[in-house]
Structure formats: structure tokens, C-alpha cells
Design a protein around this ligand. Structure first.
Ligand code: SF4
Length: 230
């Protein structure tokens, strides 16, 4: 076990009960500028929390993956975050445009092989984008879905050999809603239009009453995650 992994495992126990702000203060104290927040631009809650810890001359890096398949509302949310928040938005793009991918693999790869499409358009660009950091911060929550029920507040990302921090892992949707309302945090307009979780347009639908928040992602398929968190 290397020193970074040891640090992650120790912090995971120490910070299990800590508030998101305490977790992010520890993150900034421990990693300085060598961490980023990743955001799908579903909302800017974690970016907002992090901006309270790192601000001014050294705003936090907020990394967004532009797959080329996003709803225009998601791109609009990214632009609004960039314009009004004290954060440094970094947009990562895949190696190929959608047109280039279509030419090589055929159109609508997302319908035929979504795992490959996610690998090309999400997993590989994120991995390249994370190279400069020792730690990454996510907005994962344990109540998102059964697959996320054991998300650690601080854990070890074995595949990428980085510390993975989920400061709002213990929050419920009510906690998120209360924070958004208290701080006037930017949210994706699609959340007010029946979408509970916002991903790429071809792979996201509105959720039905009683479904969990991620039921609208890759609906009708066994796939529940894009590979960023698996
Ligand atoms: Fe492709 Fe869908 Fe994955 Fe987006 S979510 S990268 S469109 S398979």
C-alpha cells in the first residue's frame, strides 16, 4: 500500500462523520491545488461547497466532461457556473468529435455499445484530465442508487491511483435541496422538468414516480454507471 492509499484509508475512517465543508477543508489542506471537483452540471452544489474553502487567487478547479451529447441546458449550466461562481471551470473533451466517432464506429454507438461509447467519451478523457491531480472530488451520494450505497466519504481509487472524495456521500436529496435553497446554488433546469439525474441526452429520460434518481439513465439496459465510478 503506498502513502496516498494509506492516507485515503485513514481519512475515510476519520472523516466519516465530518460535514462536507470539513471534508473539503481537509482536502484543500492535504492536497493544495492537486485536487479538482468533477461536475456533471446537474447542479453546482459540490463546486459551491468547494468554492467556500478555496477562493480568490486560487479558485478550485471544476472539471466538466463535454461528451458532445449533452442537453443544451447542461451546457448552459456549465456556462452559468463559469460566469458567476468563484471557480475555475475546466472542460474536457473526447479525442474524437461525435462526427469522427460516427465515421469510425458507425452512428449511435450509444445505442449499440454504450460501454464503449462511455469509455471513449467519458472514461478516457477523465483519466487524461485527472493526471495532474492526486485527488478528485465527486458529488456521489449513497442514496443515489443501490450501487452507490457504500460510497466512502474518502476512498481509494485503485484504478487511477488517486484519492477519491465524496463530501456529500451521506447527504439525502432533502439535504441537497436545503443547501440549494439556502445558498441559491445553480441547478440544471432539467431537474425542474422531470429529470432526477442528468447525463447525455441519448441515454437519459425523465423518471417516473417511485423510481430511484438514476432510473432514467440508460433506461431499459443493465448499465447503471458510465465507468467513471466503477
Ligand atoms: Fe455515450 Fe450515452 Fe455514455 Fe454519453 S452516456 S458517453 S452518449 S453511452
Amino acid at each position: 500500500m503506498n502513502a496516498l492509499e494509506r492516507l485515503a484509508r485513514h481519512a475515510g475512517k476519520e472523516l466519516e462523520e465530518a460535514s462536507p465543508i470539513e471534508v473539503l477543508r481537509w482536502t484543500a489542506d492535504t492536497f493544495g491545488r492537486r485536487f479538482c471537483v468533477t461536475s456533471s452540471m446537474e447542479d453546482a452544489v459540490v463546486a459551491h461547497l468547494a468554492s467556500r474553502v478555496l477562493k480568490g487567487d486560487a479558485p478550485v478547479d471544476v472539471v466538466f466532461l463535454d461528451t458532445g451529447y449533452h442537453f443544451e441546458e447542461t451546457i448552459g449550466t456549465r456556462d452559468a457556473v463559469e460566469a458567476v461562481m468563484d471557480v475555475n471551470v475546466i472542460t474536457l473533451t473526447p479525442r474524437q468529435t461525435v462526427a469522427e466517432q460516427d465515421a469510425e464506429y458507425g452512428p449511435k454507438l450509444h445505442d449499440r455499445d454504450p460501454d464503449l461509447c462511455c469509455k471513449l467519451r467519458k472514461v478516457e478523457p477523465l483519466e487524461a484530465g485527472l493526471e495532474r491531480y492526486d485527488a478528485w472530488v465527486t458529488g456521489l451520494r449513497r442514496t443515489d442508487s443501490p450501487a452507490r450505497a457504500y460510497t466512502p466519504v474518502v476512498g481509494w481509487d485503485e484504478r487511477r491511483q488517486k484519492v477519491k472524495i465524496s463530501p456529500i456521500a451521506r447527504w439525502t436529496q432533502d439535504d441537497v435541496d436545503a443547501y440549494v435553497s439556502e445558498h441559491g446554488v445553480l441547478t440544471n433546469p432539467l431537474l425542474m422538468d422531470g429529470y432526477a439525474s442528468v447525463g447525455c441526452a441519448p441515454c437519459t429520460r425523465r423518471v417516473l414516480e417511485g423510481e430511484d434518481a438514476r432510473a432514467g439513465r440508460w433506461a431499459g439496459r443493465a448499465k447503471t454507471e458510465c465507468g467513471l465510478h466503477g
